[in-house]
Design a protein around this ligand. Sequence first.
Ligand SMILES: NC(=O)c1ccc[n+]([C@@H]2O[C@H](COP(=O)([O-])OP(=O)(O)OC[C@H]3O[C@@H](n4cnc5c(N)ncnc54)[C@H](OP(=O)(O)O)[C@@H]3O)[C@@H](O)[C@H]2O)c1
Length: 290
Amino acid sequence: MNVVLTGASGQLGRCLHDRLPADWDLAGLTRAELDITDGRAVARVLARLRPDCIVNAAAYTAVDQAEREPDAAMAVNEQGARHLARAACDIGARLIHISTDYVFDGHASRPYAELDSGNPLNAYGRSKLLGERALRQACPSSLVLRTSWLYSEYGGNFVKTMLRMARAAGTDAPAIRVVNDQFGCPTYAGDLADAVIRLAGSDPAASGIYHYCGADVMSWHGFAQEVFDCAGRRDAAFPVPRLVGIAGSDYPSLARRPAYSALSCEKIEALGMRRASLRDALPKVLARLI
Ligand SMILES: NC(=O)c1ccc[n+]([C@@H]2O[C@H](COP(=O)([O-])OP(=O)(O)OC[C@H]3O[C@@H](n4cnc5c(N)ncnc54)[C@H](OP(=O)(O)O)[C@@H]3O)[C@@H](O)[C@H]2O)c1
């Protein structure tokens, strides 16, 4: 299968590269090689490569910065998605596009299902929800795969931030303050990459929205605790810090975030996909980082 991957140097893009199936002929394109905000370039490159499948791992992902530059977030997450969807339809390629739990407002008391209404609290979430809608309009056969709280050995993410803070502070430092009233599902980008690969090979009739995330629901504070427990088990000399839970309202950030954004994954599980627990996935990542 000929596959074009956009955003090839991001967390998901790099994890996909690491797991390439033998029958994939992949053209992984970084932003420098294909800027998805450039509609003409998208149409030209995809008409030349004529892939069977396009995986869009490109996105504007700076959640707080998006409050300052919502147009930049929109250009990538909404218009970029539309450009890809139009080009996918023109050449008859299957498009798999990644979206986020932040399309939801977090008022639910059970995991969000694929067809629950989106109501984003921040500019990033709005741009991603509009991207999903643009996709549906321009190419209804596209697949949207929503995920949450991505971490990996690559790029910038919560796990790497926690390790960096602990190393910088040492054991005598004051406690690290982590939000304990926002709940979601940490997801290893490698497991998400496996889900993308399975979806790409699924029945061509499969379309619409799917959810895929890690199996455990927890707060950022609980996630940090798991990271440090695992780091301490890997390396007895790791400077495991003290943690203090704080309210999201006491943590200075530009963007509001949902209090609860667990995703129900029953639809994708019905295709035979298994969700990994944090305790299975996290040690694989820490083995690359510690
Ligand atoms: N990270 C999370 O916690 C999280 C949670 C839920 C959903 N998601 C979604 O999951 C997907 C993958 O996220 P990720 O964490 O792998 O993202 P990431 O590490 O931030 O990677 C995004 C990639 O997109 C590229 N990019 C940005 N603007 C572009 C443009 N105009 N044209 C082409 N490429 C562009 C970036 O290039 P540069 O490196 O050059 O900037 C980067 O390589 C995204 O759709 C994201 O919205 C992420």
